[in-house]
Design a protein around this ligand. Structure first.
Ligand code: HEM
Length: 277
């Protein structure tokens, strides 16, 4: 029988949201305008949900809209999705990246040079610094191209009967995108499609841009994409300006993948050495 793996997590979130609501009702927790450290529960409890009746109910009125607060179960599910979608995905990308950098020391050196140049000795790495880390961007995207680990969620349901590239779909048919194959397709990425080459991101064709679906595409594209890039870049910059990632005797020759909702490397083993030693 199918057992819902996230059941325990969901129960904990339900409890946490109910407790926070009770605290707020007693005036124990203030709303986010007044609070310095806010979390997702407060953000969602404070959020107004715009419901577009035109889209949902087929109303013909122009811009028909109602605005309401989120229901408690919606807050619970939003926290659940954000935790599920936002945590493993980012840490998995960092694991994959660590392995590729250990395997490609010349890419790692180039990245370290960029980090040293952009971030210097300053203790904090700012948002503006991150946008200047162009090669870092290439490294993270190349890792996600070869390992699009949330590929199962890139699916759609046909809203009407239609034909795409000679394939007929009926309203309600489910379409699952195979981004793993798409992102390694030699016809799109060239003969070296299976190789880790961050430089390819400096000059992408429009076909290649369209074929990169690590965060999906369109209106339902990953809402956490920018946050994920920021988190990954900060973590990499902080690690690599102090340390070097190197292969050791136990470093995997190639990576095996595990999981289904999000895919992760079965294991990543790299050694860490203080720089300039
Ligand atoms: C490397 C990190 C991440 C990857 C690879 C990733 C990947 C994806 C993919 C492929 C989708 C489906 C998009 C589509 O169907 O077009 C998705 C949706 C989503 N992601 Fe992410 N994600 C990442 C990080 C995050 C983070 C950090 C958050 C939030 C904090 C997040 C929250 C979400 C949510 C809420 C959705 C559903 C969006 C919707 O249905 O409208 N993700 N993600």
């Amino acid at each position: 029988m199918f057992k819902f793996a996230g059941g325990k997590l969901l129960n904990r979130i339900e409890k946490a949201v109910a407790e926070r609501k009770a605290q707020r009702a007693k005036g124990g927790v203030v709303s986010l305008e007044e609070k310095d450290s806010i979390d997702f529960i407060d953000l969602f409890l404070d959020a107004e949900a715009d419901v577009d009746l035109k889209a949902e109910e087929g109303l013909s009125g122009k811009n028909a809209q109602i605005v309401r607060h989120m229901l408690e179960e919606e807050v619970v599910m939003q926290c659940f999705v954000f935790l599920l979608a936002g945590f493993d995905t980012t840490s998995n990308t960092l694991s994959y990246t660590a392995w590729y950098l250990a395997k490609h020391p010349q890419c790692q050196r180039r990245l370290q040079e960029e980090i040293d140049q952009v971030c210097g000795e300053q203790p904090e790495i700012g948002y503006d610094d991150l946008s200047e880390l162009k090669y870092m961007d290439c490294v993270v995207k190349e890792t996600l191209r070869l390992n699009p680990h949330a590929t199962i969620v890139v699916g759609r349901v046909a809203g009407q009967d239609l034909e795409i590239a000679g394939i007929r779909l009926k309203k309600g048919d489910k379409v699952q995108v195979d981004s793993y194959s798409l992102q390694r397709d030699k016809e799109i990425w060239g003969a070296d499609a299976e190789e880790f080459k961050p430089d390819r991101w400096l000059d992408l064709t429009s076909n290649q841009k369209d074929a990169y679906l690590a965060f999906g595409a369109g209106p339902r594209q990953c809402v956490g994409m920018r946050l994920a890039y920021i988190e990954q870049k900060i973590a990499l910059a902080r690690i690599l300006r102090e340390y070097e990632l190197i292969c050791g005797p136990k470093t995997e020759k190639k990576l095996d993948h595990s999981g289904w909702f999000t895919v992760s490397p079965a294991s990543v083993t790299v050694n860490v050495r203080k720089r300039d030693q």
